[in-house]
Design a protein around this ligand. Structure first.
Ligand SMILES: NC(=O)c1ccc[n+]([C@@H]2O[C@H](COP(=O)([O-])OP(=O)(O)OC[C@H]3O[C@@H](n4cnc5c(N)ncnc54)[C@H](O)[C@@H]3O)[C@@H](O)[C@H]2O)c1
Length: 330
């Protein structure tokens, strides 16, 4: 297949691009490079620089490229940034995706769409682990922008016969085992890279909240290794080759690790004593976020096998320890 990967110069999209190419697919990457790295894109892919906020550039894309399926990673990803600038998230994530869907449908050639959604669509869970039919009450403009896209997908699906899979990721983490690719968000907001970077630089690491109603008092999250996460997309793509319709899946492991467990693992893997500064809880952080991952296991045969905390932290540590990252090589 010829697959369009939007956001293919970012963290997850760059792993996806490599995985698709290794599977024998052709890949077109479309990325503005606003938050990605040209150098992270596999050289076997065709790269087009463009912005989903700009309908003209999408017309040129679909008018010039034969595409069989779209995997849509392009977007902004920070919950915190979205609370400070909700409009920016609405424009990029919601309206940008609407532009993309309209262009796909207008050119009439693509009917398979795989969307990077998030556990943030659920908001504060009233049930744990969280099943896909859990009520959707996002607590941030980021989560809201993703939920709006899911609602749009359902409408486009019903009206225009678009077939789609929306994958609601829990916490993506980890890097390539050979440390050739990894997470390089700027600024970084995720706990594993932040903890590793603090351990490497000898700086303080802020731990938000130790008085939650959890076994050790810190928040609990479900981590999925980026290698397992991209595998879920391959399964989704194959599924859309056989099945028509719209499908929603949680992508997690169904098991949580507390922030303290993450910190202990970073100390163990790095051999360094992480200086932890306990801070107050952050507004809007749910205490436990764990996926009910049974639907994706049952229907797509998803079987994550590198998402144990030690493998995630080890691979991420090797990546961050490397002096030459994408931005330096550029
Ligand atoms: N990282 C996670 O833990 C996580 C969790 C849940 C969902 N997601 C979703 O997965 C997707 C990928 O996340 P990531 O961690 O790889 O993010 P990332 O920031 O590393 O990559 C996003 C890429 O999209 C590009 N981009 C942004 N806006 C664009 C636009 N308007 N037009 C074209 N390109 C644009 C950026 O330049 C960047 O290369 C996002 O949609 C995110 O919401 C990520």
């Amino acid at each position: 297949m010829r697959v369009l990967v939007t956001g293919g110069a970012g963290y997850i999209g760059s792993f996806m691009t490599k995985r698709l190419l290794d599977y024998g697919h052709e890949v077109v990457v479309f990325d503005s490079l606003e938050r990605g790295y040209r150098n992270a894109v596999d050289t076997r892919a065709k790269f087009i620089q463009g912005d989903i906020k700009n309908p003209d550039s999408l017309e040129i894309l679909f008018g010039s490229q034969a595409i069989d399926a779209v995997m849509h990673f392009a977007g902004y990803i920070s919950v915190e940034e979205s609370t400070k600038n909700p409009q920016m998230y609405h424009l990029n994530n919601t309206i940008g995706t609407e532009n993309l869907l309209k262009a796909m449908i207008e050119f009439g050639q693509v009917d398979k769409f795989i969307f990077s959604s998030t556990a943030a669509v659920y908001g504060n869970p009233i049930k744990t682990p969280i099943p896909e039919d859990h009520p959707k009450n996002p607590t941030s403009p980021y989560g809201k922008s993703k939920l709006e896209v899911e609602e749009m997908l359902q409408i486009f699906g019903e009206e225009q016969r678009l077939n789609f899979v929306s994958l609601r990721y829990f916490n993506a983490a980890g890097a390539a085992v050979d440390a050739s690719m990894g997470e390089a968000h700027e600024p970084e907001t995720h706990i594993i890279p932040l903890g590793i970077l603090a351990a490497l630089k000898g700086t303080e690491f802020s731990l938000y909240g130790t008085d939650y109603n959890t076994p050790d008092g810190t928040c609990v999250r479900d981590y999925i290794h980026v290698i397992d996460l991209v595998e879920a997309h391959i399964l989704a793509l194959n599924y859309l080759d056989r099945e028509k319709g719209g499908f929603f899946y949680n992508v997690g492991v169904g098991r949580g690790y507390s922030n303290k467990e993450v910190i202990d693992m970073i100390k163990k893997v790095s051999g360094k004593d992480l200086k932890v500064k306990v801070e107050n809880r952050r507004a809007g952080d749910p205490q436990v976020l764990i996926a009910d991952a049974t639907r994706i296991q049952r229907e797509l045969g998803f079987n994550p096998n590198v998402s144990d905390l030690e493998t995630i932290v080890k691979t991420a540590f090797l990546w961050h320890q490397k002096s030459s990252k994408y931005e330096i090589v550029l």
